[in-house]
Design a protein around this ligand. Structure first.
Ligand SMILES: *[C@@H]1O[C@H](CO)[C@@H](O)[C@H](O)[C@H]1NC(C)=O
Ligand SMILES: *[C@@H]1O[C@H](CO)[C@@H](O)[C@H](O)[C@H]1NC(C)=O
Ligand SMILES: *[C@@H]1O[C@H](CO)[C@@H](O)[C@H](O)[C@H]1NC(C)=O
Ligand SMILES: *[C@@H]1O[C@H](CO)[C@@H](O)[C@H](O)[C@H]1NC(C)=O
Ligand SMILES: *[C@@H]1O[C@H](CO)[C@@H](O)[C@H](O)[C@H]1NC(C)=O
Ligand SMILES: *[C@@H]1O[C@H](CO)[C@@H](O)[C@H](O)[C@H]1NC(C)=O
Ligand SMILES: *[C@@H]1O[C@H](CO)[C@@H](O)[C@H](O)[C@H]1NC(C)=O
Ligand SMILES: *[C@@H]1O[C@H](CO)[C@@H](O)[C@H](O)[C@H]1NC(C)=O
Ligand SMILES: *[C@@H]1O[C@H](CO)[C@@H](O)[C@H](O)[C@H]1NC(C)=O
Length: 382
């Protein structure tokens, strides 16, 4: 009995020591530290608020047309895709758009360079979809779609990597040397276009922009974050970009902090966050299972100091509303869709996924986060 009490007390002590915080940074800047305890913002959980509170996804939602075929297709991967971004239509509250990286001609993920292009899909059944193809936004080769509304410019800005090339004649992969990743931006008043010709901003890959505009500071300034958390800023979206910071951690392959494809946002307190694909996925590298796939990085200011949390913010296992649980071979390209009430509560996580055992077929999964998405959907009548 005494021994049990001692063990119990010791366990409590350990729990308290582990979870005690002294600053909001120890709550991953996803909450506040109150009397040594992290009070997490909506959609985040854990002792340190470092985990995304993912809810069950619904099968048949997202953008999943891997069985589609067409006589012009070179392969059988259907309309495979690799993540995208949800946009709520500003005029029509019942309409949601998904700008998605799709692979042309039935080619899958392995043919991403050359066949990736940007497509726009629509859903009238809510933000989770299913989304249906309505428009090609670009031809090949365009990948890494990131779109946001720029309040200063009163325009959508569309970011991609790639070059404009003729429609590919096969799914065969093309080298980066032949077709560079040059990060480019285009603008449009309407999400349905027309889009201006792409303007190259920086050399690099995996752009993640965020306007520095706020109602209090109506600046035209913009930030653009690329691979290895290289942070650039520009006076305007189409002006010259200057490097202001780079990741302070080891970014080499197979290092503990090897990550790619950052998704960046500034939260309601003005702090900065990134979600990234924390290398590497399941069954790569000789069948090694890595118990991670989504990394979270954060900083009080854009210039840093940034913290790379060595803990998964989410992983490749997804629970579905039908009760099934699926662990994906790959789950990458994380992008959040936030509430529009000024709280920036994450409502959905969009990612590119590939089933275990699948070599190159892939699709875009949308998974709700936390609980606020329920009210968001209900208020829109879904
Ligand atoms: C995606 O589509 C495939 C093929 O139709 C299906 O097996 C799979 O369950 C779908 N996944 C989701 C999440 O809807
Ligand atoms: C597949 O993508 C093509 C665009 O290349 C489009 O014409 C077709 O409607 C799409 N099919 C489905 C089922 O999404
Ligand atoms: C969409 O773009 C892809 C890539 O350029 C092309 O293969 C496909 O035919 C286009 N589809 C339509 C309907 O324009
Ligand atoms: C595009 O990228 C390549 C290689 O990264 C570089 O050689 C080329 O100069 C870039 N083009 C422009 C216009 O920046
Ligand atoms: C990209 O790199 C090339 C070669 O180093 C350089 O000529 C070009 O100006 C760079 N482009 C940008 C936008 O920085
Ligand atoms: C507005 O924001 C920009 C970009 O962050 C910054 O450079 C500028 O100093 C800010 N202006 C004021 C008045 O705070
Ligand atoms: C970075 O990580 C790589 C791979 O683990 C390792 O070989 C290298 O020594 C590391 N470099 C530093 C400066 O820690
Ligand atoms: C791959 O894994 C197998 C089984 O664990 C092991 O025997 C083999 O040495 C590994 N190969 C490499 C290149 O690491
Ligand atoms: C992901 O996390 C869940 C919950 O902790 C766990 O059950 C699952 O095994 C993890 N999946 C992977 C691939 O690590």
């Amino acid at each position: 009995m005494i021994l049990h009490s001692v063990i119990f007390a010791f366990a409590l002590l350990v729990v308290c020591v582990c979870s005690a915080c002294t600053t909001d940074d120890e709550c991953s800047l996803n909450g506040i530290c109150v009397v040594s305890t992290c009070i997490c913002d909506a959609s985040w959980f854990g002792d340190d608020c470092g985990r995304l509170d993912l809810e069950p996804a619904t099968r048949g939602t997202g953008y999943n047309y891997t069985t589609y075929t067409d006589p012009s297709y070179y392969n059988t991967r259907g309309n495979s895709s690799w993540g995208g971004q949800i946009i709520h239509d500003p005029q029509d509250p019942a309409l949601f758009h998904l700008l998605v990286d799709q692979f042309a001609h039935g080619c899958g993920l392995s043919g991403w360079r050359p066949t990736s292009f940007v497509a726009r899909a629509e859903s009238r059944t809510g933000p989770q979809g299913p989304y249906h193809w309505v428009q090609n936004v670009t031809g090949s080769f365009r990948h890494n779609t990131y779109v946001h509304w720029s309040p200063f410019d009163q325009k959508y800005l569309l970011w991609t990597i790639g070059v404009d090339v003729p429609d590919p004649k096969s799914c065969k992969s093309v080298s980066k040397e032949n077709w560079p990743n040059n990060i480019s931006v285009s603008a449009a008043q309407d999400i349905k276009g027309p889009w201006t010709p792409f303007h190259i901003t920086i050399n690099g890959t995996n752009p993640a922009p965020w306007p520095l505009y706020s109602p209090e500071n109506q600046t035209s300034k913009i930030t653009l974050i690329a691979e290895d958390l290289r942070i650039f800023t520009a006076e305007r979206w189409d002006a010259k970009y200057s490097l202001i910071n780079s990741a302070s951690w080891n970014t080499s392959d197979y290092s503990r902090t090897w990550a790619e494809d950052p998704f960046v946002w500034r939260d309601k307190r003005g702090h900065w966050h990134a979600l990234a694909h924390w290398m590497i996925d399941i069954v790569e590298k000789n069948g090694t299972k890595y118990p991670r796939v989504g990394a979270h990085m954060y900083a009080r200011t854009l210039e840093g100091e940034w913290t790379f949390k060595l803990q998964e913010a989410f992983n490749s296992t997804v629970t579905f509303t039908d009760g099934s649980v699926e662990t994906f071979n790959r789950r990458e390209r994380p992008k959040l869709f936030f509430s529009d009430d000024g709280e920036l509560t994450p409502l959905y996580l969009v990612s590119g996924v590939q089933a275990l055992g699948s070599t190159t077929t892939s699709y875009t999964l949308i998974q709700p986060v936390g609980t606020a998405w329920r009210e968001y959907e209900a208020a829109l009548g879904f």
